[in-house]
Ligand binder design. Structure first.
Ligand code: URA
Length: 210
C-alpha cells in the first residue's frame, strides 16, 4: 500500500478554513469540492490511459485517453458525497457507484446500509472518497468490498486522517494494490472517535445535523 500526503500551501490554506468552526456550510461545501480537485490530481496519477491518434491544426500526433473499462468513483455516504463533484470534474468519463457505511457510535464498527455497485469489478480501477479516515474501519471495509468484487486497484482519497486509522489501513492492506491520498495527517483520535484537531463531523458540516 502507498500513502501520499499532499504537501501544498493551497491545500493547507483551504484546510485551515475548513477546520474553522465558524466556517458556514455553503463555504464548507465549496471548499471540500476545491480541495477534492487538488487531491484528485494526485490521486489520478496512475489512472490507466491508452494511446489516441489525433490531428492538430498543424500536424498529426498521438495523445492519450482514459482507457476502458472506465474508472469507478465510489463516494462513501454520506460525507463522501461532498467530494464527488470535485472528482467528477477531473474525471468526467468515470462511472459512479455508491456505498453507504455508518459507524456504530458505541462499538465504532462500520456497517453497510446501502450499496449500488456493479457486481463484477474485474479490471476496474476504483477511487473511494471518504473525507475522514478516523479509525479506518469503514475505509478498510469499503476497500475489501471492492477488491473482493474484482477491482484491480483502489485509490482512497481522504481529506484528513488520524495516525491510528492510517496505521490500521496500512496493516489491513499491506501488499495490496492500494493507494491512500490525504490532505493532512492530524495528531490523534479522541475517545469519541473524532480526529483531533480535525474539523468535527464532516457530514454534519456539509449537510447539517439531520
Ligand atoms: N468522522 C467525522 O466526520 N469526523 C471525525 O473527526 C471522525 C470521523
Amino acid at each position: 500500500m502507498r500513502v501520499h500526503v499532499a504537501d501544498h500551501p493551497l491545500v493547507t490554506h483551504k484546510l485551515t478554513v475548513l477546520r474553522d468552526e465558524n466556517t458556514p456550510s455553503p463555504v464548507f461545501r465549496s471548499l471540500v469540492e476545491e480541495l477534492m480537485t487538488l487531491l484528485a490530481y494526485e490521486g489520478t496519477r496512475e489512472v490507466r490511459v491508452e494511446p489516441l491518434d489525433i490531428v492538430t491544426p498543424v500536424a498529426p500526433t498521438t495523445g492519450v485517453r482514459i482507457a476502458d473499462p472506465k474508472p469507478l468513483i465510489v463516494p462513501i455516504l454520506r460525507a463522501g458525497l461532498g467530494m464527488l463533484e470535485g472528482m467528477v470534474k477531473l474525471l468526467p468519463s468515470a462511472e459512479v457507484g455508491f456505498l453507504g457505511m455508518a459507524r456504530n457510535e458505541e462499538t465504532l464498527e462500520p456497517t453497510t446500509y446501502a450499496e449500488r455497485l456493479p457486481d463484477d469489478l474485474s479490471g476496474r480501477q476504483c477511487f473511494v472518497l471518504d473525507p475522514m479516515l478516523a479509525t479506518g474501519g469503514s475505509l478498510i471495509a469499503a476497500i475489501d468490498f471492492l477488491l473482493a468484487r474484482g477491482a484491480t486497484d483502489v485509490t482512497a482519497i481522504c481529506i484528513l486522517a488520524a495516525p491510528e486509522g492510517l496505521q490500521a489501513v496500512e496493516q489491513a492492506m499491506a501488499g495490496r494494490d492500494v493507494t491512500v491520498v490525504l490532505g493532512a495527517v492530524d495528531e490523534r483520535l479522541n475517545e469519541h472517535g473524532y480526529i483531533v484537531p480535525g474539523l468535527g463531523d464532516a457530514g454534519d458540516r456539509l449537510y447539517g445535523t439531520v
